[in-house]
Design a protein around this ligand. Sequence first.
Ligand code: 13P
Length: 250
Amino acid sequence: MAIRPLIAGNWKMNGLGADGLALAQVIAERLRGGGAGLAELLLCPPATLVRAVAETVSGSDVLVGGQDCHAKSSGAHTGDVSAEMLADAGARYVIVGHSERRADHGEKDATVRAKAEAAHRAGLIAIICIGETEAERDRGATLDVVGRQLAGSLPDQAKAANTVVAYEPVWAIGTGRTPTTAEVAEVHKFLRERLTARYEDGGRFRLLYGGSVKPENARELLAVADVNGALVGGASLKADSFWAIATACA
Ligand code: 13P
């Protein structure tokens, strides 16, 4: 059976109430009207909007996720949000280990793995992000880097049903530059091989590509073997561009 694609919008630190809810509303209405083919649609607003977005899209098939969670369920961690809190607010997914968190907050693979375990404990699906920097690609270390990140960031207990891997080359994020389809294919094939070697159901994990996905390049990126969807940043902030990407995998 084919893997159902996932098109996820990562709003990052964007979205105040009115605009965010209006965007979620339009996406939910379009999905209710049909047309996104077989793709599952996910919106990851900032934590302040998770509950309101979940309420806004309820009754549609649009799903909601967080952008990060703490490894603990609760406690003295000022400013943090737990996976249980996200689930309680209506999230079904949470992104962990995004390169912006790895860079801004010094998150290492072990932290990311602990967060993914927390997500699983709370019944959430973890979207675990990995990807090389430009310097790493230039020195031919891409597969070494993503292989190490994959090994270190995924829990041993991960399953296709609770874990999605997002390959996001750091140099492609927010730059308008993307790897060639051959480069994406090489990395995704490698990740698939690693997943299959480590997990019984490794052939069924969804592998997303992320980094400057736009309506103009979505169709060719989503057609690459072992690309099972996209993690979209900037283009997810406008209903028309997110919808164009969502319908590009049909
Ligand atoms: P852009 O689509 O803006 O390049 O961001 C990608 C990303 O980081 C999604 O998580």
